[in-house]
Design a protein around this ligand. Structure first.
Ligand code: SF4
Length: 323
């Protein structure tokens, strides 16, 4: 048992849904205001042309085909292991609510035949400033049939850093978006990146404080990675980017985890990227090893998730689970 000092999603998914549950990542082919000129061009400095997603649509795989292939993969894996399984349909790429409500409805229709079995949850990634009420209406309707999660990028709880990295939204916009989603019974998962330029260790602590205050039920956190064909690649090649080594990252991560609320669930504590995309840092450390290092660090400090949390549970805190 290595994860007792912090709450992870892994085994929790099986307990929650009653069967091993896997993600199927989907690319609905949207865009985002940082790329189409509404707010900016070129995207967030660390984001590649696939919008931090699979890029499946650009390779000619339409949504239905992506889902079919993904469900097939999970089913084969489960046949090998034996028993039932659940699937989280994960609309990962770009800002999925940066579309007309009718388009969002059309996208979500594709998963409807699979709701309940095997799709037990639908997870939709977007930005805090691209969440119109009409799209929230569509997602709220879906909560009648299946658990709905909204993945919202905060990345850093500092407007200056958010400007520097080209996010072009504010911390307050994140706060508002989490509250509006949770009021609708949608479970919010907040994203954070540790080691962003100008953020530092204090930034890691501050970001955790804000995620705890906002009462998001899920948290995804990872270290800054330099991918090919990003603005960050240029900065890194000029020697302007300092990246975290595993030991330093885990030290900052421990600070971060101590400041989260004990009820929040860590969906991810480290990042990974396909080797053909990743330029740096090249860690020779697995996800399990990072989790084990985090446990060891918290043990040495004699702390755990929530030890330094000053936030009360948010009144809107919801896992998105159906009543
Ligand atoms: S908002 Fe998301 S999709 Fe858009 S540039 Fe940033 S990371 Fe990429």
């Amino acid at each position: 048992m290595t994860d007792l000092r912090f709450r992870t999603l892994g085994r929790g998914l099986e307990d929650h849904f009653g069967a091993p549950t896997y993600r199927v990542a989907l690319d609905a082919g949207s865009t985002c205001p940082n790329r189409d000129g509404e707010k900016g061009f070129g995207g967030c400095v660390y984001c590649d042309v696939e919008g931090s997603g699979t890029g499946a649509l650009r390779t000619g795989s339409d949504l239905e085909e992506q889902l079919k292939l993904g469900l097939g993969r999970v089913s084969r894996r489960q046949q090998h292991d034996g028993g039932a399984h659940g699937v989280i349909a994960y609309f990962q790429s770009y800002s999925n609510t940066y579309v007309e409500a009718a388009r969002l409805r059309e996208v979500l229709e594709i998963v409807k035949p699979h709701l309940g079995s095997p799709v037990v949850a639908v997870s939709v990634a977007t930005r805090p400033d691209t969440l119109p009420e009409e799209c929230l209406d569509v997602l709220e309707e879906l909560t009648e049939h299946v658990e709905v999660w909204l993945e919202l990028g905060l990345e850093a709880a500092c407007d200056e850093v958010l400007t520097k990295i080209g996010r072009l939204h504010t911390v307050d916009e994140f706060r508002e978006a989490t509250e509006r989603a949770a009021e609708r019974g949608i479970g919010v998962v907040g994203h954070a990146i540790l080691g962003l330029p100008g953020d530092g260790r204090e930034g890691a602590r501050r970001t955790a404080d804000v995620l705890a205050e906002c009462g998001v039920w899920g948290v995804k956190v990872h270290h800054l990675m330099v991918l090919r064909r990003t603005i960050l690649e240029g900065w890194w090649r000029q020697g302007d980017v300092e990246l975290l080594e595993p030991e330093r990252y885990v030290d900052w991560l421990a600070d971060f985890v101590e400041r989260l609320h004990p009820e929040q669930v860590l969906h991810r504590v480290t990042g990974e990227s396909p080797p053909e995309k990743l330029l740096a840092p090249l860690w020779d450390v697995s996800k399990n090893a990072v989790r084990a290092m985090l446990t060891r660090t918290l043990e040495e400090r004699d702390t755990r998730q929530g030890s330094r949390c000053g936030a009360a549970t948010n009144p809107f805190f919801t896992t998105g689970a159906r009543a």
